[in-house]
Design a protein around this ligand. Structure first.
Ligand code: ACO
Length: 436
């Protein structure tokens, strides 16, 4: 960690003991400062205990800032609302990777760089045939992205800046192709090759929906909606999958292996799998009249039912992305002529009730980005099983930016958390015949 000391210290004294540790305070540009505990073990002989890392900064980063209480999300200083409104996904990708928005020439060069890497090594095609047709697209994504390190040997040296750059291009460019092919494979349709005359989101929709038998025209409103969804999912600070990528990368593992690890982590229903889980939940509820019973189950501590698409580890306010997603949802449904969609009605009613119910209000549980994204994607004809894969396509940009930032930090070292051991104290081996 390269965070600079503010000169201010936090003093920690152990009750009943003379020993005191002075912990330097590291300020952020905005947001709370953090106490640097690296020397605490040496000085006091104790570690900190923070399961789930809710109170621990694992790194310093210049990429994304979240104020969970105020519902603020900034990428390199730019508010997500402005990026979603005025920017494109590839511009945001450039911003996350390089620190600033591209000028016209940089933008063109970056587009060209991504575009020239959209095709997969043809031998990777046969990889797909090894999966069962009913494999979840995330399983396919995880496997194929992991396998990329066996195909692109020329960009695996993590200490070579040019290798890192090419790997970033390859990952950003090929993820849509891999995700779309995972889908095509599952429905038994031929793979559609990327078209470099189309924009990033347009090309992705084309590879998902086109068939060789007839021309396919991508609706520009849907392409814009897809681009916005990708922007909204591009990065989100040190979430579970990003931390997984950083932890894997801290060992010196190659970027393809690290992103495969991120994909595996994203898959869980508490993280990227939530938008899929929202739709399953809405289908299970079935009708507005069943909402009160469902809410009772959610509140019952013995039921383990959660209101999917609600709550967030960091946001204790409206997720700013959820607001943009809600607007996009109405645009998409309007464009597609979907009026009075029962799922949307159900979602709106659920949101209304949850926002006023004491259980959710007192726990600061607000809708998160996934609450509406599932409904938009469903309306766009994207199958539910592809939702998390789509999230992975977008988040690859954040993962690779965070990985790059970590590798380029001279103070970077292997991530290795400690533990508080609560198992048996030392004991002698008991021969099997003497065990009760
Ligand atoms: N439904 C009902 N109760 C909830 C929910 C929910 N969705 N989320 C949290 N709670 C309750 C918990 O039961 C707990 O109540 P208690 O204090 O009475 O025990 C309290 O709120 C705090 O919950 P934690 O689990 O400690 O919160 P945590 O920060 O660990 O969890 C998480 C965050 C995993 C996102 C959680 O809110 C959740 O499971 N949400 C549903 C899944 C979801 O939508 N995930 C998407 C996250 S966004 C993303 O990945 C893009």
């Amino acid at each position: 960690m390269s965070g600079s000391n503010s000169g201010v210290t936090v003093t920690l004294t152990m009750d009943g003991m003379e020993r005191t540790a002075r912990l330097p305070l590291i300020p952020g540009t905005i947001g709370p400062s953090v106490a640097d505990i690296r020397k605490m073990y040496g000085e006091l002989g104790i570690f900190t205990f923070d399961p789930g890392y809710g109170g621990t900064a694992a790194c310093d980063s210049k990429i994304t800032y979240i104020d969970g209480d105020e519902g603020v999300l900034l990428h390199r200083g730019y508010p997500i609302e402005e990026l979603a409104e005025h920017s494109t996904f590839l511009e945001v990708a450039y911003l996350l990777l390089n620190g600033d928005l591209p000028n016209a020439a940089e933008n063109e060069e970056f587009h060209e760089g991504v575009t020239r890497h959209t095709m997969l090594h043809e031998q990777l095609r046969s990889f797909f045939n090894g999966f069962r047709r009913d494999a979840h697209p995330m399983a396919v994504l995880c496997g194929v992205v992991g396998a990329m390190s066996a195909f692109y040997h020329d960009s695996l040296d993590i200490n070579d800046e040019n290798h890192r750059r090419i790997s970033a291009f390859r990952l950003i460019a090929k993820l849509p192709t891999i995700a779309a092919w995972a889908y095509k494979y599952s429905i038994g349709q031929p793979f559609i090759y990327p078209r470099n005359d189309l924009g990033y989101a347009e090309n992705f929709l084309h590879m998902l929906n086109a068939v060789p038998a007839e021309p396919y025209h991508v609706n520009p409103i849907l392409a814009r909606a897809m681009d916005r969804i990708l922007i909204l999912h591009a990065d989100h600070e040190q979430n579970a999958s990003t931390s997984t990528v950083r932890l894997a990368g801290s060992t010196g593992a190659n970027p393809f292996a690290c992103i495969a690890a991120g994909i595996a982590s994203l898959w869980g229903p508490a993280h990227g799998g939530a938008n899929e889980a929202v739709l399953k939940m809405l289908a299970e509820i079935g009708h507005v009249s069943h909402i009160p019973d469902f809410i009772e189950k959610v509140k019952d501590k013995h039921s383990s039912v959660r209101l999917m698409g609600f709550g967030h580890r960091v946001y204790k306010n409206y997720d700013p992305r959820a607001k943009i997603m809600q607007r996009t949802c109405h645009e998409v449904l309007g464009e597609l002529g979907i009026k009075g969609d029962p799922l949307l009605d159900l979602a709106a009613e659920l949101e209304k009730i949850a926002l006023h119910d004491e259980y959710f209000v007192s726990r600061k549980l607000y809708p998160n980005v996934d609450f509406y994204s599932g409904i938009i994607l469903k309306a766009m004809g994207i199958p539910t099983s592809m939702f998390t894969a789509l999230f992975a396509v977008a988040r690859t940009v954040g993962w690779i930016s965070q990985w790059k930032e970590m590798i380029e930090d001279p103070a970077q070292r292997i991530g290795r958390p400690r533990q508080v051991y609560t198992g048996s104290p030392r004991r002698g081996f008991v021969p099997i015949e003497a065990r009760g």
